[in-house]
Write a new protein. Structure first.
Length: 136
């Protein structure tokens, strides 16, 4: 009986620490304060409910194994190259964005260079006769 009581106290403390340590968006179904009160006033049921209904296991450091349907490999199973994962796609998207930004910068520099050349072409040329006869 002593071991059961000790186990319940340990589970209650672990559940309370877990509830308090979770960020608000991760706690499901009830506010954190309600979970704390539930665990404190109804320890066994509160702990079981917290770990089954309240805790969002997808955002937890402890990952539960995913269940996959088991099937036997058949002759139709052939090797195919792996598909790119999400981080690889994010890297390629970032590289595409950087390339687009570099193209935009290059286009802006080209436009500025063209504007300066047009100003230079439209600038009136000094009259050679004015240089020969300076006014004094």
């Amino acid at each position: 009986m002593f071991l059961l009581s000790l186990l319940l106290i340990i589970l209650t403390i672990v559940a309370l620490i877990d509830v308090v340590g979770q960020p608000d968006p991760v706690v499901r179904n009830l506010p954190k304060i309600v979970w704390v009160l539930l665990i404190v006033f109804i320890p066994l049921i509160g702990v079981v409910l917290w770990f089954t209904l309240g805790k969002d296991w997808s955002n937890s450091r402890i990952k539960l194994p995913e269940r996959r349907a088991r099937r036997r490999p058949g002759p139709a199973d052939t090797w195919s190259p792996p598909t790119p994962s999400q981080p690889d796609r994010a890297v390629s998207d970032t590289e595409e964005q950087l390339a687009a930004l570099e193209r935009e910068i290059q286009a802006a520099e080209d436009a500025e260079r063209i504007r300066k050349l047009e100003l230079e072409l439209n600038r009136p040329e000094p009259d050679p006769e004015d240089d020969a006869n300076p006014r004094t």
